[in-house]
Design a protein around this ligand. Structure first.
Ligand code: ATP
Length: 242
């Protein structure tokens, strides 16, 4: 316990619309994610999952509605400012500088920490992902896909973000790496992060998540406890769109 009694949700989406030109990708989507909890966002291809993730992270601007991080309205804030509220957007290959070494990447990841905390953050990263310590002098671009994903996730391990947006992190990874991805996300949540989880592995996503939001053609088709979502998923919300 860190003593906080603040019950403000880490993330609020209030009737958010996202459009790409004339096409609507999200329509009137609302969501609250409490601190220390995880929500799985499910839906067929094109349902709007990534658009939701990008709207939270400021990578796409909502055309209507509001996004709040820890009670602060960030709807019109650029992505780099939203990051300063403790948000980390993780997606395949994102945030890894291929032409820098592993150690240089990690140094950048810990720059936002006070100097005295950087070494222990690094120690935590190496304890979580020992292979990164072995590869610390190697260029990140030379790592395997799984190792690059570890390096990408190590930013979350180093800084303990308030909000983690995880967009298809296990795509194309070997089963052992998928286990590691989920274990790392679970550890983030234990440390108080709110997690928005988009995943192809529905069962795994639901076993980590507390809540579930199912999208269908950009609108909320169902929401409820993750434990009850399986049955709804099987009823066809995850079928092909169209
Ligand atoms: P997938 O699982 O295939 O990534 P998704 O559920 O994440 O799908 P989005 O990527 O959010 O869905 O896409 C929602 C809708 O918006 C789709 O119809 C998609 O074609 C469209 N879309 C997404 N990105 C863009 C873009 N940059 N420009 C135009 N349309 C887009």
């Amino acid at each position: 316990m860190n003593g906080t009694t603040d019950s403000t949700p880490a993330v609020v989406l209030d009737r958010v619309d996202v459009r790409y030109g004339p096409a609507a990708a999200l329509h009137q989507v609302s969501l609250e994610v409490p601190r220390g909890s995880a929500v799985a966002v499910l839906g067929a291809n094109g349902a709007g999952k990534s658009s939701l993730a990008r709207a939270v992270s400021g990578l796409v601007r909502p055309s209507a509605g509001h996004v709040l991080i820890n009670g602060v309205d960030v709807t019109h804030a650029p992505a780099h400012r939203i990051r300063r509220h403790g948000l980390l957007h993780l997606s395949e290959g994102r945030g890894v500088f291929a032409s820098l070494t592993v150690a240089e990447n990690l140094r950048l990841a810990t720059l936002t920490l006070p100097r005295r905390d950087r070494q222990s953050a690094l120690d935590t990263v190496y304890a979580t992902f020992p292979v990164l310590e072995q590869r610390r002098r190697q260029l990140a671009g030379r790592l395997s896909g799984g190792e690059q994903q570890m390096l990408s996730m190590s930013r979350a391990v180093a800084v303990t973000p308030a909000v983690v947006v995880a967009d298809e992190l296990s795509l194309g990874l070997a089963p052992k790496m998928v286990d590691l991805v989920f274990a790392t996300l679970a550890a983030m949540r234990e440390r108080g992060a709110a997690i928005i989880l988009i995943e192809q592995f529905v069962h795994r996503a639901l076993s980590l998540a507390d809540e579930c939001l199912m999208l269908q053609r950009g609108t909320v088709a169902w929401r409820g406890p993750a434990a009850e979502a399986q049955e709804h998923a099987l009823r066809g919300y995850l079928g092909t769109e169209g």
